[in-house]
Design a protein around this ligand. Structure first.
Ligand code: KIV
Length: 255
């Protein structure tokens, strides 16, 4: 399947089967997630926090993203590989297209960028070049410094209307799906029901969107120093790692 066909098959899942999305930043994780049936592998700029040790995603550069997108793409997954456009790499439509092309050259099959109305022109430039785009609305991590923290969205009718307008604008510009981040559950459900492309929720409550995305370290419990309140871990790799390493150290050092 081509990248466009894969993206279209995700778009066509609206109203059919929920979409399972996980982040991946390296080759073995990409292989394992793909073998386990995930629909989309997102090389998210959460990379900056859970792999590279930065305090937020505003430190992530295009070079970081290219390096990790290439590693994920080497797994040749059946799942669609989506790469995030890092902050300040899509300030104009021309720059957005150039950045998207570089991510595709590294192995991404689609790209994701944050924002609504003000990003429509950039999305149009990328989709016109045949590159599928995923949108991202609600809480936008790349704006965390301007907003002074991570806040829930869609709490008031005005906020809800702004998200709806943004969604409409980016759908018209050609996105095949939209991540909804930290939108209150009633609003996420209401908007999801009225939009024509799938919404992929994180921090929006259960069964409010057309799919879910989770950061892989939250799911596996491998980044124990910060766990978002909405995370639902399915494993405790931090504990397993500490136990295994303690046994190794005891074996090698003798005790
Ligand atoms: O960067 C990322 O991992 C993301 C998800 C949280 C949606 O954008």
């Amino acid at each position: 399947m081509t990248a466009l066909q894969k993206a279209e098959s995700i778009r066509a899942r609206k109203g059919e089967r929920p979409i399972a999305v996980l982040t991946a930043y390296d080759y073995p994780t990409a292989r394992l997630l793909d073998e386990s049936g995930v629909d989309v592998l997102l090389v998210g700029d959460s990379l900056g926090m859970v792999v590279l040790g930065f305090p937020d995603t505003t430190h992530v550069t295009l070079d970081h993203m290219l390096h990790h997108v290439a590693a994920v793409a080497r797994a040749q997954p059946r799942a669609l590989v989506v790469g995030d456009l890092p902050i300040h790499t899509y300030d104009t439509p021309e720059q957005a297209l150039e950045t998207a092309r570089r991510l595709v050259a590294a192995g991404a099959e689609a790209v994701k960028l944050e924002g609504g109305l003000r990003q429509a022109e950039k999305i149009r430039a990328i989709t016109a070049a045949g590159i599928p785009v995923m949108g991202h609305l609600g809480m936008l991590p790349q704006r965390v410094l301007e907003e002074g923290g991570y806040r829930k969205k869609g709490k008031t009718p005005e906020q809800t209307e702004a998200i709806r307008e943004g969604a409409q604008a980016i759908i018209e510009a050609g996105v095949f799906a939209i991540v909804f981040e930290s939108i209150v559950p009633e609003t996420a459900r209401l908007l999801s029901a009225s939009l024509t492309v799938p919404t992929i929720g994180i921090g929006c409550g259960n069964n409010t969107c057309d799919g879910e995305v989770a950061v892989i370290t939250d799911l596996l419990g491998s980044y124990p120093w910060f766990v978002p309140p909405f995370a639902r871990p399915e494993a405790d790799l931090a504990a397993i790692t500490r136990q295994a390493v303690a046994r190794y150290v005891a074996r090698v050092q003798g005790s």
